[in-house]
Design a protein around this ligand. Structure first.
Ligand code: ZN
Length: 294
């Protein structure tokens, strides 16, 4: 005699729960065999793989006192932290005022474009010096984009900004129109009035241009665009004829070319946290000024 539907459903869900539990147990057992301290790239794997369920506290690091105390390099041109500003400057101005509570969304450039065109720069260390990538699953640019993204959101929240991150569920999403891509999310969020900024590092010289903001092209430019451009430099509004991101409301923030002292500061484990913190402070200071909170 066939069992009633609800009994069958119950059996299925119980056996699913048991399978899940034994999977969890075997993962935990495996975890026990691992060395206690994950390397940086392992930590990033964990963060990326578990981004949707790990609590935020696992991704935050202790604050770097030197950075917080104002020991980061002062902005100048050329800049000891960022390197050269863009060698192709623009002349736009961002004049539209914004609310102090403007919702700001921070994305990591190329977060959904690994192992395909537009994966981002491997950086000078990997491409020219043939050093190992920071994480084999992604270009070094994305590795650093994630680090800066996390630090910007953490420091921005501490400073009272209405700021959050968006991270796509997969490192490779081939269909640009998939609703989970940075582009699709930006299009929706920008239409709702959110400010979308995507963290990037530029290619090394002579391919890269230097630091600066490539502003959105789908809306009038505002005081946050202006503030980021004053801090980082200003690309032409229609750089390369208007890129896919800016057409969908993304402001592309090129932190600097991935080379020289900037890349060495990031790769040196002794300087890494400090360098990321100083970069994030530059971004957050500019955002705070841009919304008129300073
Ligand atoms: Zn990039």
């Amino acid at each position: 005699m066939p069992l009633p539907g609800w009994v069958r459903r119950r059996r299925i869900s119980v056996s699913f729960a048991v399978t899940t539990l034994s999977l969890v147990a075997s993962v935990l057992a495996k975890a026990g065999e691992r060395p206690l301290l994950p390397t940086d790239s392992e930590r990033t794997n964990l963060i990326v793989a578990g981004r949707n369920w790990l609590p935020d506290s696992t991704t935050t690091k202790p604050r770097t006192p030197a950075a917080v105390d104002g020991n980061c390099p002062r902005p100048s041109d050329p800049d000891p932290l960022l390197g050269a500003r863009t060698r192709m400057p623009g002349s736009w101005q961002g004049l539209v005022p914004v609310s102090k509570d403007l919702p700001i969304v921070v994305m990591a450039g190329h977060a959904d474009s690994q192992a395909m065109d537009g994966a981002g720069t491997p950086g000078y260390a990997v491409d020219v010096l043939k050093q190992a990538p920071m994480d084999a699953r992604m270009r070094d640019e994305l590795f650093w984009n994630f680090k800066v993204q996390d630090a910007v959101v953490r420091l921005g929240q501490e400073r009272g900004l209405n700021i959050s991150r968006y991270v796509p569920p997969s490192l490779t999403i081939r269909n640009h129109a998939d609703p989970a891509t940075n582009w699709s999310q930006a299009k929706q969020r920008s239409a709702r009035g959110e400010y979308v900024v995507e963290i990037h590092f530029d290619a090394y010289s002579p391919y890269g241009f230097g630091s600066g903001l490539i502003p959105a092209v789908n809306r009038r430019l505002n005081t946050v665009d202006e503030s980021l451009a004053e801090s980082f430099g200003r690309f032409p509004r229609l750089f390369r004829g208007g890129l896919g991101g800016p057409r969908r409301g993304i402001g592309i923030l090129e932190i600097g070319m991935l080379q020289g002292p900037l890349e060495r500061g990031l790769r040196d484990p002794q300087q890494r946290d400090q360098t990321v913190e100083c970069l994030a402070l530059r971004v957050v200071d500019a955002l705070v000024r841009g919304v008129g909170r300073s």
